[in-house]
Design a protein around this ligand. Sequence first.
Ligand SMILES: *Cc1c(COP(=O)(O)O)cnc(C)c1O
Length: 222
Amino acid sequence: MEKTTYQNLISELEKQGAQLIAVSKVHPAEKIHTAYDWGHRDFGENRAQEMQGKAEKLPEDIRWHMIGPLQSNKVKYIADFVYMVHSVDRAKIAKELNKRAKKADRNIKILLQVHIAQEEQKFGFDEKELFKFLEKDPIEKYPHLTLCGLMGMATFTENEEQVRAEFQGLKDLFNQVKEKYDLGADFKELSMGMSGDYPLALEAGATMVRIGSKVFGPRPKK
Ligand SMILES: *Cc1c(COP(=O)(O)O)cnc(C)c1O
């Protein structure tokens, strides 16, 4: 974990108008604190209880981003403090998040995760489900959530053309949604790109990249 690698990445992203979500999953809180001391505030985790445990130990002005698949019975662990949930992939999760946010008297930013990869096991709405969700007027329905955009993960492959096409497809879908629904100025984020493919995501218009190993080094084996 090198400060210069981090700084170079930040300036590369700034030029492209994209924000770094530093994916700290599996890494200990101390490492997050090091990046915090470099000035970083946005961190991504993929497990609710792990995020909760780290949030308790770390400064309160960290913005925590949930990027992993979320079960509705785990929402309670993060609803009091999570800044943005990138991985909302069904109405049930939105409903539970809204309920818990209301209880905590706060607002939670969300992205809708869209399935763009060819791999079976990747989570997310398919296009049809996405439009069905949006037809039901999510802004009215979930007053304690702010719908900020879309998130996606490309297929894990060496085939750059395929990855590029998947990111471009998500960008096109984002534009389509923006045009068709009155989601306001908050709907502006496109979260896509990881350590291995973020340059392709930036090309396609990512506004947030979720990068772990390039910032923190390889993840320790559990
Ligand atoms: C782990 C993870 C990342 C970051 O992966 P790296 O390859 O370490 O950059 C990004 N997005 C999601 C959803 C992840 O689970």
